[in-house]
Design a protein around this ligand. Structure first.
Ligand SMILES: [Zn+2]
Length: 312
């Protein structure tokens, strides 16, 4: 068996720790690993995807002024997000910021969006959520400002990709109270109307979250158009709904009609906290760097020892 290179193993271990699964109970990562993550191939690709999706949202008139925001959870405790005070049609990859799940700005030349609190609450509540988009698409927002719930079981795409629509009650945008309004619904709904405001969608990728935005706004627009035709709207026959739900289940999408998700409409216990960040126990970045490197070397030494034992 060839001699194992300790430096190479350490780098592999370091990358594996930085890219650890979202559910992992890891510490707030240190600066060097955050920088490495922020500049990784995956992050570069996600930044470009966020820019492309920003242009789509702007072109489809789902965002106005500097409104709307896009984020993606990368690594175990990091989120790439758009900055504030910039049109989503004018984004470049260099504008994207990196924050922690505790809303600490880590890297970025711009101030990150204040709406990140809403995104972070969703990431903390739903492990499957990797991307979040908040925006103001006019037809879905028309429902959100009237308090009307779009009726269901009318168009297959809506049933499969979104399903029954929930509306979160109004709170002042950018506040923690606003961020928490979606918690009663977010596990069983990937798209939620925000009263007197807009919508929020989550998915496994930024592109798929944008699809949800397109689906809900097109659905609401179609309903509004149909309401002018002077004929009642027909529903999909009841005996055909199960087939749509089966497709939805295969796609791994959430739905309040799934028996295991019925309880999800009750308020969820807080996962991570209303504890102000300043009140939490904090360690210095230098200490976190040292702890991280110590963990890397510890695992590396174990790999080397295991490799030596195999050779004997
Ligand atoms: Zn907004």
């Amino acid at each position: 068996m060839p001699q194992i290179n300790k430096k190479f193993v350490a780098e592999v271990v370091r990358q594996a720790l930085v890219q650890c699964v979202p559910e992992a109970d890891c510490q707030y990562p240190p600066t060097r690993s955050s920088r490495r993550l922020f500049e990784s191939k995956e992050a570069q690709s996600i930044k470009r995807e966020i820019v492309d999706v920003g242009r789509k949202l702007w072109a489809r008139e789902y965002v106005d002024g500097n409104g709307g925001n896009i984020s993606y959870r990368i690594g175990c405790d990091h989120v790439l997000c758009t900055p504030t005070m910039l049109s989503k049609g004018d984004l470049t990859p260099e504008d994207i910021c990196l924050v922690s799940l505790q809303n600490e700005k880590i890297i970025g030349t711009r101030v990150h969006t204040s709406e990140i609190l809403l995104h972070l609450e969703i990431y903390k509540a739903v492990p499957a959520a990797r991307a979040v988009i908040h925006c103001h698409p006019p037809h879905a927002t028309a429902y959100a400002i009237t308090g009307l719930i779009p009726p269901g079981e009318i168009i297959p795409e809506q049933e499969v990709f979104i399903g029954p629509v929930a509306t979160a009650s109004y709170e002042t945008p950018g506040t923690q109270s606003f961020a928490e309004t979606v918690l009663p619904f977010v596990r069983s709904c990937n798209t939620i109307l925000l009263e007197n405001h807009g919508i929020v969608s989550w998915a496994d990728t930024v592109t798929h979250a944008e699809w949800c935005v397109e689906v809900i706004d097109t659905y609401c627009r179609t309903l509004i158009l149909a309401s002018h035709l002077g004929k009642p709207i027909r529903r999909i026959p009841q005996d055909k709904i199960a087939a749509l739900l089966a497709i939805k289940r295969r796609l791994g999408l959430p739905d309040a009609r799934f028996p295991e998700q019925k309880q999800a409409s009750v308020p969820l216990p807080r996962v991570t906290t209303n504890v102000p960040v300043l009140a939490q126990k904090r360690t210095s970045r230098r200490q976190r760097d040292e702890d991280f490197e110590s963990l890397v070397m510890n695992i590396t030494n174990q790999v080397i020892r295991f490799n030596s034992a195999q050779k004997r």
